[in-house]
Design a protein. Sequence first.
Lengths: 191, 155
Amino acid sequence: MNAELAPGFADPVRAAQSCFRAVLDAMSHPGRVAHVAGVAAQSPLCVASAAVLLTLVDHETPLWLDPDAEPARRWIEFHCGAPIVARPEAGVFAFALSLPDLSQLSAGSHESPETSATLICQIGALDTGRHFRLTGPGLRSATTIAIEGLPPGFVTIWRRNHAMFPRGIDLILCAGDQLTALPRTVSIEEV
Amino acid sequence: MNDTVSSPDPHAARRHWMSVLARAPADAIEAGLARDGGLPSWTVIRGPEIGLAMVRGRAGGSGSPFNLGEMTVTRCTVRLESGIAGHAYIAGRDERRAELAAVADALLQDPALAGSLHESLIQPLADAQREQRLSRAEKAAATRVEFFAMRTMRS
């Protein structure tokens, strides 16, 4: 039963700090693609997903796991020590291998919108696929990003999330060793 | 971490060897493991990492719990080539000791090795630790002050 247990960050302090910086940069410049390293891909997790989970999730942050990500559960529990919750709305973080129903996740309240969930979503690729145009805080001018693996109705789903501001879900997209972030403040159009 | 939840019996055995290993010096563990045909190879899964654990106490053993203070703890998890994972939590900051204790914990979970390792490693360490405890208790008992005597003297 222990056979699948694999190591986490080889150098936990440095790797977690540089990954945190990558997530911070990505969040403050929506659509900017950052690279992370320091941990081996942990099927079904890619390098970026594994690194972001190790960096952000710990015993104080309940995590909701998409049922498809179940094989990674033991690794996440061991290395992050996070309580895994069964109800999506109970998670401070959510991890999924395909975009889940965003309305199920906690969007925070008007009094404390910071309590909303951050969704870490593993997708196909961040350099091919459909192109999206992003505008909003952190972007001097509109930027374009290619994302492979989001559902067809993503722009509509996102518009609903964006309209809830200051409530709403923040999204971190991971593919391979790359990540990018779509905070709730960003407006997305398909081009 | 959760892999210790099964029937109560293997539980108790593992608790015993883990507590013996947690108190044993690194050299003694290494010597005990090496006797079994050299040290096996292992992969470090986590650590060894140093942290703090809050020690809680109860006044008189039955009062309400209070935080006594923090102690330094080093923990380590390793995996052997056979896939068995071993854990160790030791007091202090000796990383090598934590790593070796984790390796020993993993080896002791292997039914093929458990018997001989118990003989060569755990039993001698447990005996040495018990002897040390007894000799310290003896020394302490020799200097014991009977508060009962003082009380009778005062009255």
